[in-house]
Design a protein around this ligand. Structure first.
Ligand code: UD1
Ligand code: MG
Length: 461
């Protein structure tokens, strides 16, 4: 609901364009910026204003868009069968307004960097000046892909002119239309006065400004924020630029929160990631999804972490991949380790060079330092997994579990053929293939005895 004293608010996000300039079969607004489709950004910004409803105008590929977006219960979709222009798109949205009386905030689905701070400022100005129609403008270094703003001597907007309709003189105007409008519901009938643009065969929402101005209806234009914020994504090149702005914004946010970077220019942190203070991040690190990194952690170069929790004081060494797992306090993982989904690495445990862990629990203080595979296993506390140990978890049909008790010592180059249990404190001789359970405290050894043939070399010659 709207805040007391304000008229109600409804948000319309235009997302039905074909996006032909992206040269991709994927709908433009579904191209991902980090882990989220581009449309999710304006959607979440709109939602943060707590509007009564959000209407997303989608095109013929609406099913894939509706399925991809995270559901928000205030969202309704309006289907614009043919992309006949931004005015036609808004007209399509009005069919879902159902007698709504307040302010309609129109946004573009391809403008993902707009912040709620700017939108709030804009709505405040629009309401303060009691305008019927307002829009946000900004100054563009290169205005060629935006509509130019024409104003009268008092700064009132007269018209927005698109690049292809502008004269050479109009093209030099650097103040451009952001594509964000506030239109009072009672002014929406103006849309029916918009005529088809003959050149582009589209109904331009931008024409509402000239129509309102000519009718003496109160209009306003507010030059807010910077160019970056209103960057519209029309080409893959724009998409790269938006990604870079988003990346820098996120890094700067975490620097302010006390996170340290050696060189942040190659660090990618998704918007939903959280990082504790005094954590140190080296170059070329990718943190994705719902990853949470605690305080005082160190993440060395070339690390990728997806949907995982790294607890305080943990160290993730070079070239490590961690997916959907938990790395507990003071644990050390890597270099060159792969922690696959469903794993939990215990407090102060060490998972070292070229070790792969999958869907396994590793207890406190346990060490697997070299060249091992731990899959579908429950490993107790203070276990030593020798170099080259393999849990043989797959029989070709099913996966089976390996249970390793507290304090077990697994000698190097052992194969533990699951399902199998190694009792507490048991000891596995190096090079063993273990197919039967081992009682607590026992030594299991399964290799042929060594024979030394004296003077063999000499005899062979
Ligand atoms: C539009 C504005 C331009 C502004 C720029 C800001 C018009 C005519 N021009 O240009 O003044 O500077 O945005 O980024 O409005 N869409 C539909 N249905 C359609 C056509 C478009 O839903 O039939 C949606 C698109 O998916 C997109 C948004 O409307 O999200 C803007 O359309 P786009 O074609 O990108 O317009 P621009 O050329 O960028
Ligand atoms: Mg655009």
């Amino acid at each position: 609901m709207s805040t007391k004293g304000d008229t109600g608010l409804a948000c319309v996000i235009l997302a039905a364009g074909l996006g032909t300039r992206m040269k991709s079969p994927l709908p433009k607004v579904l191209h991902r910026i980090y882990d989220r489709p581009m449309l999710q950004y304006p959607l979440e910004t709109a939602a943060s204003l707590k509007p009564e409803k959000i209407i997303i105008v989608v095109g013929k590929n609406h099913n894939v868009i509706e399925d991809t977006l995270k559901p928000l219960n205030t969202v309704v979709f309006a289907v614009q069968e043919k992309p006949k222009g931004t005015a036609h798109a808004l007209l399509t949205a009005t069919t879902k307004l159902n007698g709504f009386k307040g302010t309609v905030l129109v946004m573009n689905g391809d403008t993902p960097l707009v912040t709620s701070v700017t939108l709030k400022k804009f709505l405040k100005l629009h309401r303060k000046h009691k305008n019927s129609v307002s829009f946000i403008s900004f100054i563009a270094e290169n205005p060629s892909s935006y509509g130019r703003v024409l104003k009268d001597r008092l700064g009132k907007p007269l018209r927005i002119i698109e690049e292809q309709d502008a004269t050479e003189e109009e093209k030099t105007i650097k103040e451009v239309n952001s594509g964000i409008y506030a239109i009072e519901a009672h002014a929406l009938p103006l849309l029916s006065n918009i005529k088809l643009n003959k050149r582009k065969k589209e109904y331009y929402l931008t024409d509402i400004i000239q129509i309102a101005a000519q009718k003496g209806i109160d209009t306003g234009v507010y030059c807010l924020g910077n160019e970056e914020e209103f960057m519209g994504v029309n080409t893959k090149h724009d998409f790269l630029k938006v990604h870079e702005v988003m990346r820098k914004r996120i890094i700067s946010f975490w620097v302010k929160k006390g996170v340290n970077f050696i060189d942040a220019s190659s660090v990618f942190i998704a918007p939903s990631v959280k990082i504790g203070s005094e954590t140190l991040i080296y170059p070329n690190v990718y943190l994705h999804g719902d990853t949470k990194v605690g305080k005082n952690c160190t993440i060395y170069p070339n690390v990728r972490i997806i949907d995982s929790a790294i607890k305080d004081n943990a160290i993730i060494k070079d070239s490590t991949v961690i997916e959907n797992s938990i790395i507990n306090t003071r644990a050390e993982v890597g270099p060159f380790a792969h922690i696959r989904p469903g794993s939990r690495i215990g407090v102060s445990s060490k998972i070292g060079n070229f070790v792969e862990v999958k869907k396994s629990i590793v207890g406190e203080g346990t060490k697997a330092m070299h060249l091992s595979y731990i899959g579908d296993a429950k490993v107790g506390r203070k276990v030593n997994i020798g170099a080259g140990t393999i849990t043989c978890n797959y029989d070709g049909v099913k996966k089976h579990e390996t249970v390793i008790g507290n304090g077990v010592f697994v000698g190097s180059d052992s194969q533990l053929v699951a399902p199998v249990k190694l009792g507490k404190g048991s000891y596995i001789g190096a090079g063993s293939t273990i197919t039967k359970n081992v009682p607590p405290g026992a030594l299991a050894i399964s290799r042929t005895l060594q024979r030394n043939i004296k003077h063999w070399r000499k005899k062979k010659r």
